[in-house]
Design a binder for this molecule. Structure first.
Ligand code: UDP
Ligand code: MG
Length: 235
C-alpha cells in the first residue's frame, strides 16, 4: 500500500486544489493507497475546509495535531500513523506538484528512497542562495551526496523510517542519515511551482540558525556512531 503524507499549516486556499490534484494521482495508481493529511495546528479554518473536502472520499484521512509543532513533528506524526509499506511525502502549498509522485514511484524498483531535486526552483533569490550555501556546508560536514535535501517530494520504503530520528529539525537530515545507514537513494529532477496562495513559513533565518546547530549534532552523531565488523572467520 502507498501512503501519501501531506502536512499543512495555514494553507486554506491551497487545500481544494491539493485534494483535487492528489485525487487524480491516486485514481491512476495500480496499487492500493491512502492519503494522510496532517493539520499542524492551523488557525485559518483550513482543517474544517479539509474535513468537508474529504468527507465523501474514502482513503483520505485527516489527522489533527493539538497545536502547531513545526514541519518535523507533523511529518513524523503522519508517517508513523500511515499504514503503507511505501510512503510518499509532499508539501501542501502546491510548490511540489502531486503528479510527480507517479514519476518517482517508477524509480523505487532501483532504490530505497527516491527524492526530488527541484530543477528550476521557484523561490526568491535569497532563499535559493541560502539553500545553496546550506547544502554545501552540510555536505562538507556529512560527506553525503544529496543535492537538494530540503525537497519534501519523496517516495520511500517504510524500513527507511529508521533514519528519521524523532527530534525537531531532523527531517532535514533524513536523507543524509539514510545514506550513511546504507539505504540506496535515487535523486530525480522534479518541477517546482511558485507559491500562489498563503505564506512561506520558513524564511532565511529559521532555515540557517536552527539547521546549523542541528548540523553540529549530526556531526557528533556521525563521529560517535558505533560501526564495526567482525574479523573474517570469527563468527
Ligand atoms: N508546515 C507545517 N508546519 C509548520 C510550517 C510549515 O506543516 O509549522 C508545512 C506547510 O504548510 C507546507 C510545508 O510545511 O506544506 C512547507 O512549508 P513552507 O512552504 O512554508 O516552506 P518552504 O517551501 O518555503 O520551505
Ligand atoms: Mg513551500
Amino acid at each position: 500500500m502507498l501512503s501519501i503524507v501531506c502536512p499543512f499549516y495555514n494553507e486554506k486556499e491551497n487545500l481544494p486544489i491539493l485534494v483535487e490534484r492528489i485525487g487524480k494521482v491516486v485514481a491512476g495508481l495500480q496499487e492500493s493507497w491512502e492519503v494522510v493529511f496532517v493539520d499542524d495546528g492551523s488557525t485559518d479554518g483550513g482543517p474544517e475546509t479539509m474535513a468537508t473536502l474529504i468527507a465523501h472520499q474514502p482513503g483520505f484521512r485527516l489527522l489533527r495535531l493539538d497545536r502547531n509543532y513545526g514541519l518535523t513533528t507533523a511529518l513524523y506524526a503522519g508517517l508513523r500513523a500511515a499504514q503503507g509499506d511505501v510512503l510518499a511525502t509532499l508539501d501542501a502549498d502546491l510548490q511540489n506538484p502531486p503528479e510527480e509522485i507517479t514519476k518517482l514511484l517508477a524509480f523505487l524498483k532501483e532504490a530505497d528512497i527516491v527524492t526530488g531535486v527541484r530543477a528550476k526552483r521557484q523561490d526568491t533569490w535569497l532563499k535559493k542562495i541560502s539553500s545553496k550555501i546550506a547544502n554545501t556546508v552540510r555536505r562538507a560536514v556529512t560527506k553525503d551526496h544529496i543535492q537538494d535535501i530540503a525537497c519534501t517530494l519523496r517516495v520511500f520504503k517504510r524500513e527507511t523510517l529508521e533514519a528519521f530520528y524523532p527530534y525537531n529539525g531532523m527531517h532535514r537530515f533524513f536523507l543524509a542519515i539514510a545514506e550513511r545507514q546504507g539505504f540506496k537513494i535515487k535523486q530525480v529532477p522534479v518541477t517546482h511551482a511558485p507559491r500562489l496562495y498563503g505564506k512561506a513559513k520558513y524564511g532565511v533565518l529559521n532555515r540557517i540558525v536552527g539547521p546549523l546547530s542541528d548540523l553540529c549534532v549530526v556531526r557528533w552523531m556521525f563521529a560517535k556512531q558505533i560501526r564495526y565488523r567482525f574479523k573474517e572467520g570469527t563468527v
